[in-house]
Design a protein around this ligand. Structure first.
Ligand code: UD1
Ligand code: CA
Length: 462
Protein backbone atom coordinates (compact mmCIF):
# COMPACT_ATOMS: atom_id res chain seq x y z
CA UNK A 1 0.00 0.00 0.00
CA UNK A 2 1.33 3.43 -0.77
CA UNK A 3 0.57 6.63 1.04
CA UNK A 4 1.58 9.99 -0.29
CA UNK A 5 4.09 11.73 1.96
CA UNK A 6 5.79 15.10 1.61
CA UNK A 7 9.25 15.11 0.00
CA UNK A 8 12.08 14.50 2.49
CA UNK A 9 14.07 17.42 3.90
CA UNK A 10 17.24 15.40 4.43
CA UNK A 11 18.29 12.71 1.94
CA UNK A 12 17.07 9.28 2.96
CA UNK A 13 18.36 5.76 2.49
CA UNK A 14 16.92 2.42 3.57
CA UNK A 15 18.59 -0.75 4.75
CA UNK A 16 16.15 -3.65 4.42
CA UNK A 17 17.06 -6.78 6.39
CA UNK A 18 16.35 -10.02 4.56
CA UNK A 19 19.15 -12.36 5.62
CA UNK A 20 17.08 -14.43 8.04
CA UNK A 21 16.33 -18.02 7.01
CA UNK A 22 12.57 -18.03 7.48
CA UNK A 23 12.58 -21.76 8.24
CA UNK A 24 9.22 -21.56 10.00
CA UNK A 25 7.53 -21.05 6.63
CA UNK A 26 8.47 -24.71 5.83
CA UNK A 27 8.49 -23.77 2.17
CA UNK A 28 11.00 -24.18 -0.66
CA UNK A 29 10.25 -20.55 -1.54
CA UNK A 30 12.30 -18.05 0.51
CA UNK A 31 10.08 -16.35 3.08
CA UNK A 32 10.33 -12.83 1.66
CA UNK A 33 9.38 -14.05 -1.82
CA UNK A 34 5.98 -15.15 -0.55
CA UNK A 35 3.22 -12.79 -1.59
CA UNK A 36 0.61 -10.49 -0.10
CA UNK A 37 -1.90 -9.09 -2.58
CA UNK A 38 0.05 -10.88 -5.31
CA UNK A 39 3.26 -8.94 -4.52
CA UNK A 40 6.26 -10.33 -2.66
CA UNK A 41 6.87 -9.31 0.95
CA UNK A 42 10.23 -8.01 -0.23
CA UNK A 43 8.63 -5.77 -2.87
CA UNK A 44 6.20 -4.40 -0.29
CA UNK A 45 9.20 -3.42 1.84
CA UNK A 46 10.93 -1.83 -1.15
CA UNK A 47 7.70 0.01 -2.08
CA UNK A 48 7.56 1.51 1.41
CA UNK A 49 11.20 2.64 1.19
CA UNK A 50 10.53 4.22 -2.19
CA UNK A 51 7.35 5.94 -1.00
CA UNK A 52 9.38 7.35 1.89
CA UNK A 53 11.61 8.92 -0.74
CA UNK A 54 14.70 6.82 -0.01
CA UNK A 55 17.15 7.55 -2.78
CA UNK A 56 19.35 4.61 -1.83
CA UNK A 57 17.99 1.20 -0.91
CA UNK A 58 20.27 -1.62 0.23
CA UNK A 59 18.85 -5.07 0.90
CA UNK A 60 20.87 -7.35 3.19
CA UNK A 61 20.62 -10.94 1.95
CA UNK A 62 21.91 -14.30 3.15
CA UNK A 63 23.80 -17.02 1.26
CA UNK A 64 20.98 -19.52 1.75
CA UNK A 65 18.57 -17.82 -0.70
CA UNK A 66 20.29 -16.51 -3.84
CA UNK A 67 16.83 -15.99 -5.37
CA UNK A 68 16.23 -13.13 -2.93
CA UNK A 69 19.30 -11.21 -4.10
CA UNK A 70 18.43 -11.94 -7.72
CA UNK A 71 14.91 -10.58 -7.18
CA UNK A 72 16.26 -7.35 -5.67
CA UNK A 73 18.84 -6.83 -8.43
CA UNK A 74 16.16 -7.33 -11.09
CA UNK A 75 14.17 -4.49 -9.59
CA UNK A 76 16.80 -2.11 -8.21
CA UNK A 77 19.90 -3.02 -10.21
CA UNK A 78 23.36 -4.33 -9.32
CA UNK A 79 24.69 -2.92 -6.09
CA UNK A 80 21.32 -2.90 -4.34
CA UNK A 81 22.21 -6.00 -2.30
CA UNK A 82 24.89 -6.82 0.23
CA UNK A 83 25.63 -10.26 1.54
CA UNK A 84 25.64 -11.06 5.25
CA UNK A 85 27.53 -14.31 5.74
CA UNK A 86 27.07 -15.76 8.26
CA UNK A 87 24.12 -13.97 9.90
CA UNK A 88 25.27 -12.88 13.36
CA UNK A 89 22.38 -10.64 14.37
CA UNK A 90 20.47 -7.56 13.27
CA UNK A 91 23.33 -5.17 14.17
CA UNK A 92 25.75 -7.28 12.17
CA UNK A 93 23.26 -7.29 9.28
CA UNK A 94 23.05 -3.49 9.14
CA UNK A 95 26.85 -3.25 9.35
CA UNK A 96 27.03 -5.31 6.17
CA UNK A 97 25.58 -2.27 4.38
CA UNK A 98 28.26 0.12 5.71
CA UNK A 99 30.48 0.15 2.64
CA UNK A 100 27.53 0.35 0.26
CA UNK A 101 26.40 3.55 2.00
CA UNK A 102 29.87 4.98 2.76
CA UNK A 103 29.35 7.90 0.38
CA UNK A 104 25.78 8.60 1.46
CA UNK A 105 25.09 11.71 3.49
CA UNK A 106 21.70 11.68 5.19
CA UNK A 107 19.31 9.57 7.27
CA UNK A 108 19.20 5.79 7.15
CA UNK A 109 16.06 3.88 8.07
CA UNK A 110 16.31 0.17 8.88
CA UNK A 111 13.31 -2.03 8.10
CA UNK A 112 12.63 -5.77 7.77
CA UNK A 113 11.72 -7.43 4.49
CA UNK A 114 9.14 -9.60 6.26
CA UNK A 115 6.87 -6.75 7.43
CA UNK A 116 4.54 -6.25 4.45
CA UNK A 117 2.02 -4.07 6.30
CA UNK A 118 4.56 -1.41 7.20
CA UNK A 119 3.50 1.66 5.22
CA UNK A 120 5.39 4.88 4.61
CA UNK A 121 2.81 6.77 6.68
CA UNK A 122 3.66 4.57 9.67
CA UNK A 123 7.42 5.15 9.31
CA UNK A 124 7.25 8.86 8.53
CA UNK A 125 7.00 9.96 12.24
CA UNK A 126 10.55 8.62 12.75
CA UNK A 127 11.84 11.15 10.26
CA UNK A 128 9.75 13.82 11.94
CA UNK A 129 11.62 12.94 15.16
CA UNK A 130 14.93 13.08 13.29
CA UNK A 131 13.98 16.47 11.89
CA UNK A 132 13.37 18.11 15.29
CA UNK A 133 16.40 19.53 17.11
CA UNK A 134 17.91 17.45 19.94
CA UNK A 135 16.80 20.08 22.44
CA UNK A 136 13.37 20.56 20.91
CA UNK A 137 12.13 16.95 20.94
CA UNK A 138 14.25 15.67 18.06
CA UNK A 139 16.21 12.45 18.08
CA UNK A 140 19.62 11.32 16.87
CA UNK A 141 18.30 7.79 16.98
CA UNK A 142 14.57 7.30 16.44
CA UNK A 143 12.91 3.94 17.02
CA UNK A 144 9.46 2.79 15.97
CA UNK A 145 7.71 1.08 18.86
CA UNK A 146 4.30 -0.44 19.40
CA UNK A 147 2.24 -1.58 22.32
CA UNK A 148 2.01 -5.35 22.06
CA UNK A 149 -1.07 -7.27 23.11
CA UNK A 150 1.36 -10.05 23.95
CA UNK A 151 4.91 -8.69 24.27
CA UNK A 152 6.60 -12.09 24.68
CA UNK A 153 9.52 -12.44 22.26
CA UNK A 154 9.93 -8.76 21.45
CA UNK A 155 12.64 -6.35 22.51
CA UNK A 156 11.27 -4.02 25.23
CA UNK A 157 11.58 -0.25 25.09
CA UNK A 158 12.80 1.21 28.37
CA UNK A 159 11.28 4.67 28.26
CA UNK A 160 11.69 7.85 30.27
CA UNK A 161 9.15 10.73 30.19
CA UNK A 162 8.78 12.68 26.93
CA UNK A 163 9.08 9.72 24.55
CA UNK A 164 12.74 9.48 25.58
CA UNK A 165 14.11 6.02 25.00
CA UNK A 166 16.86 4.88 27.36
CA UNK A 167 17.63 1.44 25.93
CA UNK A 168 16.12 -1.67 24.37
CA UNK A 169 16.29 -5.00 26.16
CA UNK A 170 15.75 -8.21 24.24
CA UNK A 171 13.36 -10.81 25.66
CA UNK A 172 16.13 -13.29 26.36
CA UNK A 173 18.12 -10.69 28.31
CA UNK A 174 15.15 -9.30 30.21
CA UNK A 175 14.55 -9.68 33.96
CA UNK A 176 11.05 -9.99 35.42
CA UNK A 177 10.58 -6.21 35.72
CA UNK A 178 11.52 -5.60 32.07
CA UNK A 179 9.27 -8.45 30.95
CA UNK A 180 6.30 -6.49 32.37
CA UNK A 181 6.96 -3.69 29.84
CA UNK A 182 4.39 -3.60 27.05
CA UNK A 183 6.23 -1.10 24.82
CA UNK A 184 7.99 -3.19 22.20
CA UNK A 185 10.50 -2.63 19.45
CA UNK A 186 9.16 -3.02 15.91
CA UNK A 187 12.70 -3.25 14.52
CA UNK A 188 12.35 -0.05 12.48
CA UNK A 189 14.96 2.54 13.38
CA UNK A 190 16.26 5.76 11.83
CA UNK A 191 19.48 7.68 12.40
CA UNK A 192 22.01 9.76 10.54
CA UNK A 193 24.20 7.45 8.45
CA UNK A 194 27.51 8.40 10.09
CA UNK A 195 26.08 8.19 13.63
CA UNK A 196 24.44 4.83 12.97
CA UNK A 197 27.54 3.08 11.65
CA UNK A 198 29.70 4.74 14.28
CA UNK A 199 27.46 3.32 17.02
CA UNK A 200 27.20 -0.06 15.34
CA UNK A 201 30.98 -0.40 15.30
CA UNK A 202 30.81 -0.38 19.11
CA UNK A 203 28.12 -3.05 19.44
CA UNK A 204 29.34 -6.34 20.94
CA UNK A 205 27.74 -9.76 21.24
CA UNK A 206 28.00 -10.35 24.97
CA UNK A 207 24.33 -11.24 25.48
CA UNK A 208 22.00 -14.20 25.87
CA UNK A 209 21.91 -14.97 22.13
CA UNK A 210 25.58 -14.17 21.41
CA UNK A 211 24.39 -11.91 18.58
CA UNK A 212 25.23 -8.39 17.52
CA UNK A 213 21.99 -6.56 18.33
CA UNK A 214 20.98 -3.51 16.32
CA UNK A 215 18.95 -2.54 19.35
CA UNK A 216 22.14 -1.91 21.36
CA UNK A 217 22.79 1.30 19.42
CA UNK A 218 20.06 2.94 21.52
CA UNK A 219 21.80 2.42 24.88
CA UNK A 220 25.15 3.37 23.35
CA UNK A 221 23.71 6.58 21.89
CA UNK A 222 22.12 7.45 25.21
CA UNK A 223 25.48 6.98 26.98
CA UNK A 224 27.00 9.42 24.49
CA UNK A 225 24.27 11.88 25.42
CA UNK A 226 22.71 11.69 22.00
CA UNK A 227 18.94 12.07 21.91
CA UNK A 228 17.11 8.75 21.56
CA UNK A 229 13.35 8.72 21.15
CA UNK A 230 10.54 6.47 20.08
CA UNK A 231 7.45 6.97 17.96
CA UNK A 232 4.59 4.49 18.17
CA UNK A 233 2.71 2.53 15.53
CA UNK A 234 -0.43 0.38 15.69
CA UNK A 235 0.56 -3.25 16.24
CA UNK A 236 -0.84 -4.71 12.96
CA UNK A 237 1.26 -2.28 10.90
CA UNK A 238 4.54 -3.61 12.27
CA UNK A 239 3.61 -7.28 12.42
CA UNK A 240 6.22 -9.58 10.88
CA UNK A 241 5.48 -12.72 8.90
CA UNK A 242 7.18 -15.87 10.19
CA UNK A 243 4.80 -18.70 9.32
CA UNK A 244 2.16 -19.61 6.75
CA UNK A 245 -0.52 -18.75 9.32
CA UNK A 246 0.99 -15.29 9.84
CA UNK A 247 1.23 -14.83 6.08
CA UNK A 248 -2.48 -15.60 5.73
CA UNK A 249 -3.28 -13.28 8.63
CA UNK A 250 -1.27 -10.45 7.06
CA UNK A 251 -3.03 -11.07 3.74
CA UNK A 252 -6.40 -10.71 5.47
CA UNK A 253 -5.38 -7.41 7.06
CA UNK A 254 -3.98 -6.16 3.76
CA UNK A 255 -7.09 -7.17 1.78
CA UNK A 256 -9.41 -5.55 4.31
CA UNK A 257 -7.46 -2.30 4.15
CA UNK A 258 -7.46 -2.24 0.32
CA UNK A 259 -11.17 -3.02 0.14
CA UNK A 260 -11.91 -0.29 2.66
CA UNK A 261 -9.89 2.19 0.58
CA UNK A 262 -11.82 1.23 -2.57
CA UNK A 263 -15.16 1.65 -0.80
CA UNK A 264 -14.07 5.10 0.30
CA UNK A 265 -13.10 5.88 -3.30
CA UNK A 266 -16.59 5.04 -4.55
CA UNK A 267 -16.47 1.40 -5.59
CA UNK A 268 -19.69 -0.51 -4.85
CA UNK A 269 -19.09 -3.89 -3.20
CA UNK A 270 -22.10 -5.43 -1.47
CA UNK A 271 -19.97 -8.23 0.03
CA UNK A 272 -16.46 -6.79 0.28
CA UNK A 273 -15.12 -9.59 2.47
CA UNK A 274 -15.54 -12.03 -0.43
CA UNK A 275 -13.59 -9.93 -2.96
CA UNK A 276 -9.88 -10.68 -3.42
CA UNK A 277 -7.67 -7.86 -4.69
CA UNK A 278 -4.12 -7.53 -5.96
CA UNK A 279 -1.61 -4.87 -5.06
CA UNK A 280 -2.19 -3.03 -8.35
CA UNK A 281 -5.95 -3.55 -8.85
CA UNK A 282 -7.40 -0.31 -10.20
CA UNK A 283 -11.16 0.09 -9.85
CA UNK A 284 -12.63 3.46 -10.76
CA UNK A 285 -15.33 5.18 -8.75
CA UNK A 286 -18.66 3.86 -9.96
CA UNK A 287 -17.48 0.30 -10.56
CA UNK A 288 -19.60 -2.47 -9.03
CA UNK A 289 -17.96 -5.67 -7.85
CA UNK A 290 -20.37 -8.43 -6.91
CA UNK A 291 -19.56 -11.14 -4.32
CA UNK A 292 -16.75 -13.67 -4.78
CA UNK A 293 -14.71 -11.94 -7.44
CA UNK A 294 -10.94 -12.54 -7.63
CA UNK A 295 -8.62 -9.94 -9.13
CA UNK A 296 -5.19 -11.19 -10.12
CA UNK A 297 -2.45 -8.66 -10.88
CA UNK A 298 -2.68 -6.09 -13.65
CA UNK A 299 -6.38 -5.23 -13.74
CA UNK A 300 -8.02 -1.89 -14.38
CA UNK A 301 -11.78 -1.39 -14.50
CA UNK A 302 -13.43 1.81 -15.73
CA UNK A 303 -16.44 3.54 -14.22
CA UNK A 304 -19.87 2.00 -14.57
CA UNK A 305 -18.56 -1.48 -15.30
CA UNK A 306 -20.04 -4.36 -13.30
CA UNK A 307 -17.96 -7.39 -12.41
CA UNK A 308 -20.56 -9.99 -11.54
CA UNK A 309 -20.27 -12.76 -9.00
CA UNK A 310 -17.62 -15.50 -9.20
CA UNK A 311 -15.56 -13.91 -11.95
CA UNK A 312 -11.77 -14.29 -12.13
CA UNK A 313 -10.02 -11.31 -13.70
CA UNK A 314 -6.28 -11.00 -14.31
CA UNK A 315 -4.11 -8.79 -16.55
CA UNK A 316 -7.22 -7.26 -18.10
CA UNK A 317 -8.62 -3.83 -18.85
CA UNK A 318 -12.39 -3.42 -18.62
CA UNK A 319 -14.01 -0.40 -20.27
CA UNK A 320 -16.75 1.89 -19.07
CA UNK A 321 -20.13 0.30 -18.50
CA UNK A 322 -19.00 -3.19 -19.51
CA UNK A 323 -20.71 -6.21 -17.91
CA UNK A 324 -18.48 -9.10 -16.91
CA UNK A 325 -19.77 -12.43 -15.62
CA UNK A 326 -21.17 -14.01 -13.59
CA UNK A 327 -18.53 -16.74 -13.82
CA UNK A 328 -16.41 -15.01 -16.44
CA UNK A 329 -12.67 -15.46 -16.78
CA UNK A 330 -10.58 -12.59 -18.13
CA UNK A 331 -6.93 -13.50 -18.65
CA UNK A 332 -3.89 -11.38 -19.50
CA UNK A 333 -4.35 -9.21 -22.56
CA UNK A 334 -8.14 -9.15 -22.41
CA UNK A 335 -9.20 -5.61 -23.35
CA UNK A 336 -12.92 -5.27 -22.97
CA UNK A 337 -14.40 -2.20 -24.66
CA UNK A 338 -17.05 0.09 -23.24
CA UNK A 339 -20.54 -1.41 -22.84
CA UNK A 340 -19.32 -4.84 -23.99
CA UNK A 341 -20.78 -7.97 -22.34
CA UNK A 342 -18.74 -11.01 -21.39
CA UNK A 343 -21.05 -13.58 -19.85
CA UNK A 344 -20.97 -16.82 -17.92
CA UNK A 345 -18.22 -19.34 -18.65
CA UNK A 346 -16.59 -17.15 -21.24
CA UNK A 347 -12.79 -17.10 -21.19
CA UNK A 348 -11.03 -14.21 -22.90
CA UNK A 349 -7.25 -14.09 -23.39
CA UNK A 350 -5.29 -11.52 -25.41
CA UNK A 351 -8.34 -10.37 -27.30
CA UNK A 352 -9.46 -6.82 -27.84
CA UNK A 353 -13.24 -6.72 -27.61
CA UNK A 354 -14.86 -3.69 -29.26
CA UNK A 355 -17.45 -1.36 -27.79
CA UNK A 356 -20.84 -2.96 -27.27
CA UNK A 357 -19.74 -6.42 -28.48
CA UNK A 358 -21.33 -9.40 -26.75
CA UNK A 359 -20.10 -12.88 -25.89
CA UNK A 360 -22.68 -13.97 -23.39
CA UNK A 361 -22.24 -17.71 -22.95
CA UNK A 362 -19.68 -20.54 -22.85
CA UNK A 363 -16.86 -19.49 -25.15
CA UNK A 364 -13.08 -19.49 -25.48
CA UNK A 365 -11.82 -16.33 -27.13
CA UNK A 366 -8.02 -16.36 -27.31
CA UNK A 367 -5.64 -14.24 -29.45
CA UNK A 368 -7.21 -11.70 -31.76
CA UNK A 369 -9.93 -9.10 -31.86
CA UNK A 370 -13.69 -8.71 -31.91
CA UNK A 371 -15.14 -5.63 -33.58
CA UNK A 372 -17.62 -3.22 -32.04
CA UNK A 373 -21.18 -4.52 -31.72
CA UNK A 374 -20.24 -8.02 -32.89
CA UNK A 375 -22.24 -10.88 -31.38
CA UNK A 376 -20.43 -14.06 -30.41
CA UNK A 377 -22.83 -16.98 -30.09
CA UNK A 378 -22.79 -19.53 -27.29
CA UNK A 379 -20.09 -22.13 -27.59
CA UNK A 380 -17.83 -20.19 -29.94
CA UNK A 381 -14.20 -21.28 -29.85
CA UNK A 382 -11.20 -19.42 -31.20
CA UNK A 383 -9.03 -22.44 -32.14
CA UNK A 384 -5.76 -20.57 -31.60
CA UNK A 385 -3.18 -23.30 -30.99
CA UNK A 386 -1.86 -26.19 -33.04
CA UNK A 387 0.33 -27.54 -30.28
CA UNK A 388 3.31 -25.48 -31.43
CA UNK A 389 2.23 -21.96 -32.33
CA UNK A 390 -0.54 -19.52 -31.51
CA UNK A 391 -2.59 -17.90 -34.30
CA UNK A 392 -5.06 -15.01 -34.36
CA UNK A 393 -8.77 -14.74 -35.03
CA UNK A 394 -10.26 -11.41 -36.04
CA UNK A 395 -13.99 -10.85 -36.06
CA UNK A 396 -15.22 -7.67 -37.77
CA UNK A 397 -17.57 -4.98 -36.53
CA UNK A 398 -21.18 -6.02 -36.26
CA UNK A 399 -20.39 -9.61 -37.29
CA UNK A 400 -22.64 -12.40 -36.01
CA UNK A 401 -20.96 -15.66 -35.04
CA UNK A 402 -23.51 -18.48 -34.84
CA UNK A 403 -23.56 -20.70 -31.79
CA UNK A 404 -20.97 -23.44 -31.63
CA UNK A 405 -18.75 -21.98 -34.32
CA UNK A 406 -15.13 -23.11 -34.31
CA UNK A 407 -12.95 -20.39 -35.81
CA UNK A 408 -9.72 -22.10 -36.82
CA UNK A 409 -6.99 -19.48 -36.65
CA UNK A 410 -5.47 -17.74 -38.47
CA UNK A 411 -8.81 -16.54 -39.76
CA UNK A 412 -10.78 -13.34 -40.31
CA UNK A 413 -14.51 -12.77 -40.36
CA UNK A 414 -15.34 -9.51 -42.15
CA UNK A 415 -17.51 -6.66 -40.90
CA UNK A 416 -21.18 -7.56 -40.72
CA UNK A 417 -20.57 -11.18 -41.83
CA UNK A 418 -22.36 -14.18 -40.29
CA UNK A 419 -21.42 -17.77 -39.63
CA UNK A 420 -23.92 -20.59 -39.41
CA UNK A 421 -24.29 -22.45 -36.12
CA UNK A 422 -21.95 -25.38 -35.74
CA UNK A 423 -19.63 -24.19 -38.50
CA UNK A 424 -15.93 -24.95 -38.55
CA UNK A 425 -14.53 -21.85 -40.22
CA UNK A 426 -11.09 -22.43 -41.74
CA UNK A 427 -11.04 -19.69 -44.42
CA UNK A 428 -11.59 -15.94 -44.18
CA UNK A 429 -15.20 -14.80 -44.49
CA UNK A 430 -15.86 -11.70 -46.62
CA UNK A 431 -17.63 -8.69 -45.15
CA UNK A 432 -21.38 -9.06 -45.35
CA UNK A 433 -21.23 -12.78 -46.32
CA UNK A 434 -22.71 -15.84 -44.60
CA UNK A 435 -20.37 -18.79 -44.17
CA UNK A 436 -21.80 -22.20 -43.38
CA UNK A 437 -19.35 -25.05 -42.93
CA UNK A 438 -21.06 -28.13 -41.56
CA UNK A 439 -22.40 -31.43 -42.86
CA UNK A 440 -25.77 -31.01 -44.61
CA UNK A 441 -28.71 -32.39 -42.69
CA UNK A 442 -30.04 -35.76 -43.88
CA UNK A 443 -33.49 -36.92 -42.69
CA UNK A 444 -34.62 -40.57 -42.45
CA UNK A 445 -38.44 -40.55 -42.19
CA UNK A 446 -39.84 -42.99 -39.58
CA UNK A 447 -36.38 -44.18 -38.50
CA UNK A 448 -36.83 -43.14 -34.84
CA UNK A 449 -40.19 -44.89 -34.55
CA UNK A 450 -38.81 -48.13 -36.03
CA UNK A 451 -35.76 -48.00 -33.78
CA UNK A 452 -37.85 -47.54 -30.65
CA UNK A 453 -40.26 -50.36 -31.61
CA UNK A 454 -37.32 -52.73 -32.17
CA UNK A 455 -35.80 -51.93 -28.79
CA UNK A 456 -39.11 -52.29 -26.94
CA UNK A 457 -39.75 -55.66 -28.60
CA UNK A 458 -36.30 -56.85 -27.50
CA UNK A 459 -36.99 -55.74 -23.92
CA UNK A 460 -40.37 -57.58 -23.99
CA UNK A 461 -38.72 -60.89 -24.99
CA UNK A 462 -36.13 -60.58 -22.18
C1 UD1 B 1 14.16 -8.23 16.51
C2 UD1 B 1 14.61 -7.15 17.48
C3 UD1 B 1 13.55 -7.00 18.60
C4 UD1 B 1 12.21 -6.67 17.97
C5 UD1 B 1 11.83 -7.70 16.93
C6 UD1 B 1 10.62 -7.25 16.19
C7 UD1 B 1 17.05 -7.14 17.60
C8 UD1 B 1 18.23 -7.61 18.35
N1 UD1 B 1 15.87 -7.52 18.07
O1 UD1 B 1 14.13 -9.43 17.23
O2 UD1 B 1 13.92 -5.97 19.49
O3 UD1 B 1 11.22 -6.59 18.97
O4 UD1 B 1 12.89 -7.88 15.96
O5 UD1 B 1 10.19 -8.26 15.31
O6 UD1 B 1 17.19 -6.42 16.64
N2 UD1 B 1 18.13 -10.57 10.20
C9 UD1 B 1 19.19 -10.51 9.34
N3 UD1 B 1 20.40 -10.96 9.75
C10 UD1 B 1 20.60 -11.45 11.02
C11 UD1 B 1 19.51 -11.50 11.88
C12 UD1 B 1 18.29 -11.05 11.45
O7 UD1 B 1 19.04 -10.09 8.20
O8 UD1 B 1 21.74 -11.82 11.32
C13 UD1 B 1 16.81 -10.08 9.75
C14 UD1 B 1 15.76 -11.17 9.69
O9 UD1 B 1 15.67 -11.70 8.38
C15 UD1 B 1 14.51 -10.45 10.07
C16 UD1 B 1 14.98 -9.30 10.96
O10 UD1 B 1 16.36 -9.16 10.71
O11 UD1 B 1 13.88 -9.88 8.96
C17 UD1 B 1 14.73 -9.55 12.44
O12 UD1 B 1 15.44 -10.70 12.83
P1 UD1 B 1 14.90 -11.67 13.96
O13 UD1 B 1 15.91 -12.70 14.20
O14 UD1 B 1 13.52 -12.10 13.62
O15 UD1 B 1 14.86 -10.68 15.22
P2 UD1 B 1 14.08 -10.89 16.57
O16 UD1 B 1 14.87 -11.79 17.43
O17 UD1 B 1 12.68 -11.26 16.31
CA1 CA C 1 11.36 -11.85 14.49
Amino acid sequence: MTNAVSPPVRPRAAVILAAGQGTRMKSPTPKVLHRIGGRTLLDHAIDTAQTLGCERIVVVVGVHSPAVGEHVRQRLGEGATVLQDPPLGTGHAVLAARDALADFDGDVVVTYADCPLLTAAVVEPLFALRGGSSRGGGADVAVLGFEAANPVGYGRLIMAPGHVLLRIVEEKDADETVKQVKHCNSGVLAADRATLFDLLAQVGNDNAKGEYYLTDVVGLAHERELATRAAFAPEPAVQGVNSQAELAAAEAVWQAARRQALLVEGVTMPAPDTVHLSWDTRLAAGVTVEPFVVFGPGVSVASGAVIKAFSHVEGAAVGEGALIGPYARLRPGAEIGPEAHIGNFVEVKKVKVGAGAKANHLSYLGDGSIGAKANIGAGTIFCNYDGFEKFETHVGEGAFIGSNTALVAPVRVGDGAMTGSGSVITRDVAAGALAVARAPQSDKPGWADRFRALKLAKRGKA
